[in-house]
Design a protein around this ligand. Structure first.
Ligand code: IMP
Ligand code: MG
Length: 181
């Protein structure tokens, strides 16, 4: 599995150093009760490590969305997999996702949550690709900005695999191009 990466972008130490972000979030929300909405599955590792460094009373909810359907390119369709969205009315929401790419997913998540009239919504992503987005969406907290290449590991998948790599790396191009599911 490790041999499938062309290069490592951020190893475990680099990722863990970036958890200084938790101090900023804790400071920004010090007088409020935060509700964290984790966008699954990609944010799983990130949200677990991040929240353990935020010493504030908070609530955690999860949203499950699928957008890639096994392809490297965005399919254009964002499917919410649960029946009901978390009740976020009047709350201060922090949406946590693994990566901001085309912007379709976080724009759709934000729009869906806004219908429940939260008090505020901010977005936190581990990674943000430097590129033109299809949807206008800005993240308030960003772990790392990366070039526009397909990455895996530390929660991020390719065809549902590689999430358990402890680092973030770029997959070898020929693996991305292989047929499979
Ligand atoms: P967006 O809707 O294009 O912004 O992409 C959102 C979702 O696509 C993310 O939450 C990821 O699950 C997935 N995604 C986007 N870029 C990558 C990548 O480079 N590697 C793995 N998953 C990605
Ligand atoms: Mg994904």
């Amino acid at each position: 599995m490790r041999g499938d990466s062309e290069k490592v972008l951020f190893d475990e130490r680099a990722i863990h150093r970036r958890y200084d972000m938790a101090a900023q979030i804790s400071n920004d929300y010090r007088d409020r009760e935060l509700t964290v909405i984790a966008v699954l599955h990609g944010s799983l590792m990130f949200v677990a490590d991040l929240l353990r460094r935020i010493p504030l009373p908070l609530k955690l909810d999860c949203l499950s969305v699928a957008s890639y359907h096994g392809k490297v390119q965005f399919s254009g369709e964002v499917v919410f997999k649960q029946v009901a969205l978390p009740d976020v009315g009047g709350r201060d929401i922090l949406v946590v996702d693994d990566i901001l790419d085309s912007g379709f997913t976080l724009a759709a998540v934000r729009k869906a949550l806004e219908t429940a009239r939260p008090h505020s919504i901010r977005i936190c992503v581990l990674l943000s690709k430097k590129k033109q987005r299809n949807r206008e969406v800005a993240a308030d907290y960003i772990g790392f900005e990366i070039e526009d290449e397909f990455v895996v590991g530390y929660g991020l998948d390719f065809r549902a695999r590689y999430r358990n790599l402890p680092y973030i790396g770029v997959l070898r191009r020929e693996l991305l191009e292989q047929p499979g599911k």
